[in-house]
Design a protein around this ligand. Structure first.
Ligand SMILES: [Zn+2]
Length: 162
């Protein structure tokens, strides 16, 4: 991947791989523990923003649209204030994913929903089994989410969107 064929950019570009699905530029160079890469004593995503987009006030945060701390794709980055960044993090940690299996991030499908609603296991165990937040499991059981999924699949309607 060559964006600008000078040595400085090559050094940066050799340190990420592009995920063909998400188009994230995943940093494979040195990383901080939280998953953020660093390059030339800068956070790699901040470096990327500065290098490919624009210089910015160092008090500004460079945030990820894609929720992937190791991504350095300038198109996935936006400038925010520290406050924006904190709000963004809070929002993402709340794991409020859109309802329904059409959303590409959804790890849940109607079969999983029915299984979770059988309450054969503790919420924590379901969460672990399906890689969900416990809160997500609770919401499914309370029918706050996935309301459209019937407890028993109707014969003949399986696979149909209802
Ligand atoms: Zn990304």
């Amino acid at each position: 991947m060559i964006v600008n064929a000078d040595a400085k950019s090559l050094e940066f570009e050799n340190r990420f791989v592009i995920d063909p699905l998400t188009n994230c530029w995943n940093w494979i160079g040195p990383k901080h523990r939280q998953g953020y890469g660093y390059h030339k004593q800068m956070m790699a995503h901040r470096y990327s923003y500065k290098y490919y987009k624009d210089d910015f006030n160092p008090t500004m945060c460079v945030c990820h649209k894609c929720d992937n701390p190791s991504c350095v794709n300038p198109d996935h980055l936006f400038l925010g204030t520290h406050k924006d960044n904190m709000q963004d993090m809070v929002k993402k940690n709340r794991c409020n994913k859109p309802i329904g299996d059409k959303h590409h991030n959804s790890k849940v499908n109607p079969d999983i929903v029915r299984h979770i609603r059988k309450k054969e296991m503790q919420q924590r165990a379901y969460a672990k089994l399906y890689g969900l937040c416990q809160r997500t499991v609770a919401e499914i059981q309370k029918k706050l989410t996935w309301k459209h999924v019937a407890d028993q699949p109707e014969i003949g309607s399986e696979g149909r969107d209802q």
